[in-house]
Design a protein around this ligand. Sequence first.
Ligand SMILES: C[S@@+](CC[C@H](N)C(=O)[O-])C[C@H]1O[C@@H](n2cnc3c(N)ncnc32)[C@H](O)[C@@H]1O
Length: 260
Amino acid sequence: MDLDLKPLESYIYRELKIDLSAYKSNQMNRRLNNLIARNGASTTKEYIEMLEKKPEMKKKLADFITINVSEFFRNKELFVDLENKLKEILISNDNKKLKIWSAACSNGAEPYSVAIILDKLSPKVRHEILATDIDSTILETAKQGIYNPADVKNVDKDILKRHFSIYDDGKYILNEDIRNRVRFKKHDLILDDYEKSFDLILCRNVVIYFTQEAKDKIYSKFSESLLPGGLLFVGATESIYDYKKYDFGKASTFIYQKNK
Ligand SMILES: C[S@@+](CC[C@H](N)C(=O)[O-])C[C@H]1O[C@@H](n2cnc3c(N)ncnc32)[C@H](O)[C@@H]1O
């Protein structure tokens, strides 16, 4: 099936405020075609009519586009690397407060992982951690800090013990102390302005869905948002080959440093 998706794209922009033109079109078209077929519609128009009748389908569509998968210390070895770079480059003896941004943070496991690392590295300092996502529903989940065992499988036992409690149903709840260190806010990497003066930006496992043009704009804006010497931490499949173009140097395989 290869449907004309233009009406659906306009609908998604209007109703869900998501600009699909920034997402890789082959991949997105294939996924949307599959989704429409799975819902039993044979035309885009028919699918839109279904969406109009059932609000819960609209929510499912938003979830489908945004793909919210995350976990604590995703690619654990890269978080070890991040911890080392934080020690080496950003954490100083004068207890400087860092400004950090976890962009496309999903259920909060990523910014909370950073908060846990910083609690270990500089327990006396309250660093500023901003965490954003385009999906306001996932941000509400993130604020609650409740996770399945699979989400915390990379968390060391002593950290689990120190920062989480276990519910009777086997879920893990992150303690308030760490939860209070992260400020969540809705933000669209494609359409919104970026805050400035960050020491560290994490942006992982989202740009893979974007076109080269969209990625290019995002990396330029990250570079403008970082302080000189600040770090950008990307996903395990998201090496930036032309990093010099964005005024970055390489701090390690998946961490880039804004030139001083
Ligand atoms: C796969 S998750 C990545 C979560 C986390 N960064 C990680 O690596 O585990 C991708 C997230 O990107 C968000 N997202 C998708 N498009 C976005 C956009 N245009 N602006 C901001 N966030 C977006 C989704 O809502 C989703 O929560």
